[in-house]
Design a binder for this molecule. Sequence first.
Ligand code: NDP
Length: 452
Amino acid sequence: MTLTFDYDLFVIGAGSGGVRAARMAANKGKKVAVAEERYLGGTCVNVGCVPKKLFVYASQFPELFHASKGFGWNQAEQPTLDWPTLRDNKTAEIERLNGIYQTLIDNSGADLFNGRATVVGPQQVAVNGKTYRVRTILVATGGWPFIPDFPGSEHAVSSNEMFFLDQLPKTAVIVGGGYIAVEFAGILNGLGVETHLVYRGNNLLKSFDREMSDKITAGMRDKGVNIHLQTQITNIQKRADGLHVNFASGESMSSELVLYATGRTANTAGLGLENAGVELRKDGSIPVDENFCTSEPSIYALGDVIDRVQLTPVALQEAMVLVDALYGDGLACIDYDNIPTAVFCQPELGTVGLSEEAARAKYTDISVYTSDFKPMIQTLGGGNDRITMKLVVDQQSDKVVGCHMVGDHAAEIIQGMGIALKAGATKAHFDATVGIHPSAAEEFVTMREPTR
Ligand code: NDP
């Protein structure tokens, strides 16, 4: 008896990875469905990378207004922010992008179900009251902000709510020391909010190069963010005048808003994965093999839900590798080394390859080249920002194994460095490259003497 299937591929979750996989599979002539219960484009488009970057731009204007004076611009009046305009213009742009995602899915020929899909068993998915027989299921349901449970935690918001606030608060406490905490600290501080960043550890951005994260901490403090390290909140009380935040030290603080940016957990609850015997890790994320297959041979997973690297471009690459494995020649593969990444805090961080600490642990002898200077705009514009660049070189092979930058345009500059490191560039290649003058980026090819 031959089984007939309603779909070759049923994708649960229309985020970056899910939509890319669905479109590519449909382009290969496969019958594909995508189910999405919330919004098209997932976290990145709706409550992540894209609206965040728009808010970062908004928060940078006060420094530009200030700098413009030195370049001869007179401003008759002090500019002020209209939060509803920013919030609503941002939302309109996101809705435009949702529409583009809809068109992309429609044009690929895949069927889109607006509804919550669940796994009924191997090769069976239910959505909107109907069960479908499907050859392959792809779980691309992403992640969801995690807020720890403690007295008063219900008064805290997550990054999701930050994009839709009725009013911009006058004061805010942000908890966490990772990507989201430092990015929102820069945004709120730039928008004029009295911002307190509360982190339980010693070093913000602890998984990054230590020298760079120290520069960021100093730079954020210089811009006005109040950073409280080794600080823990015990409870939050709601009072008539706002939220009362109590710390383990016995101190307390009033704040209009408390944002918890304490990590994200895999979105697998209630998906019915147990019906198909799919194994999960303790934290709910899905372990997969090198082809993104779960413990059930007909069910695959990728993106944030597998909790390898929670970055949009990684999910996109994983989708392309998966579709090639399922419907192509199976030669595509993903290399998790040398993934360039940026943290859009202020000052900004761009990085690719190993931190100095990781390189010291891996190689016998390394050379470190650093450069620290004032960006040119400040000669007339004023301001205290600096730019720091760093190359970490394995002495034996002369290969550049780490490249880091803190300062304006770090993300834009490090993307190109990512290609160089991927290609295995040596320090000699960097030295032989002609700089672009005047630019900040040229420092990366003019660092001649090792710092250590
Ligand atoms: P991260 O994992 O980066 O950071 C979580 C932070 O919360 C850590 O500092 C952690 O502290 C702290 N924390 C965890 N649990 C608690 C707790 N119970 N009490 C107090 N503090 C706690 O998560 P984010 O939420 O910032 O971001 C999630 C992911 O999203 C990132 O890892 C990244 O992959 C992705 N992302 C990428 C962006 C980009 O590309 N620019 C932007 C935003 C997000 P500790 O260090 O002590 O464990």
